[in-house]
Ligand binder design. Structure first.
Ligand code: BTN
Length: 267
């Protein structure tokens, strides 16, 4: 059974995300469905799930693979009281929520690969994207889209992605109960989104720094067609990443970074 059902989310202990849940068997992109909900004045925290997705969008025009039953494809309508510069906080709480869920419920050593990939070792298990539409400096809504591989099997991974992506089922060696994972997914998202509404930005930055383990490490990043190597001296969801370069320190904003990798092996 791979359909996500609305009844699974009744009476969840949540305050904002998951108070209203809409499930579809399949969709082109749940982000499109979330924008449709925004145009209908959907309340903040409305979350849309699809059991399969044919045109899932990733960052930088990439696509997201989601055959039927492979995992969670979800988009959340958020309406945070934030200026556009602070929108990356929404992306970061999405990554923290999934990373913490995997660590706490499945005891697997998930990490966050800057800025938005959730990883198990060198393999990606979840991808996160935010989309905004603004007329003023404060977006009317931010759509948070998350793809999370739950029961994706090795056989379903195309040749070009072999060794690059994984799923909870592959890592645990057994099929996962989609209902349980989806319910916890909403609870963790709600918990971390509430840190934004409560203005607890320091807590978000600390959790994110801890899960990404990049402070003090040597990295190479790719930004606007350039590859730059340096030592990470600061990491902030809004201001971005600060690198120590031979000519001094330089800050790079997250949305401009297409790739970041560690130079030195993990200690
Ligand atoms: C990335 O890794 O670049 C982000 C991938 C985000 C994919 C999810 S799947 C649910 C939601 N709907 C979309 O079209 N994209 C996001």
């Amino acid at each position: 059974m791979w359909m996500i059902e609305e009844s699974w989310f009744e009476n969840l202990p949540v305050k904002i995300i998951g108070k209203r849940v809409i499930c579809f068997k399949k969709a082109t992109s749940t982000n499109d469905l979330a924008w449709l909900e925004v145009s209908r004045n959907a309340p903040e925290g409305t979350i849309i799930f699809a059991g399969a997705q044919s045109k899932g969008r990733g960052r930088f025009g990439r696509t997201w693979l989601a055959p039927p039953g492979a995992g969670i494809c979800a988009s959340v309508v958020t309406r945070p009281n934030l200026n556009i510069e602070k929108a990356p906080l929404v992306l970061v709480v999405g990554a923290i929520a999934v990373c913490e869920l995997i660590r706490e419920r499945f005891n697997l050593p998930a990490t966050i690969r800057w800025p938005n990939d959730v990883m198990l070792g060198e393999k990606k298990i979840a991808g996160i994207i935010i989309e905004t539409k603004c007329i003023t400096r404060q977006p009317e809504a931010i759509v948070l889209g998350i793809g999370f591989n739950i029961n994706l099997s090795e056989a379903e991974i195309p040749a070009e992605l072999k060794g690059e992506i994984t799923s909870l089922a592959i890592e645990s060696g057994r099929p996962m109960e989609l209902k349980e994972v989806s319910r916890h997914f909403v609870i963790y998202l709600d918990k971390w989104y509430q840190k934004i509404t409560a203005g607890r930005f320091d807590e978000i930055a600390l959790a994110w720094q801890g899960m990404s383990g990049l402070l003090g490490r040597s990295v190479i990043l790719e930004t606007e067609g350039q590859k730059i190597a340096g030592l990470v001296t600061d990491l902030d969801p809004v201001a971005g990443i600060k690198l120590q370069l031979p000519e001094g320190e330089r800050q790079f904003r997250g949305e401009k970074i297409t790739l970041l990798r560690l130079v030195d092996p993990r200690p």
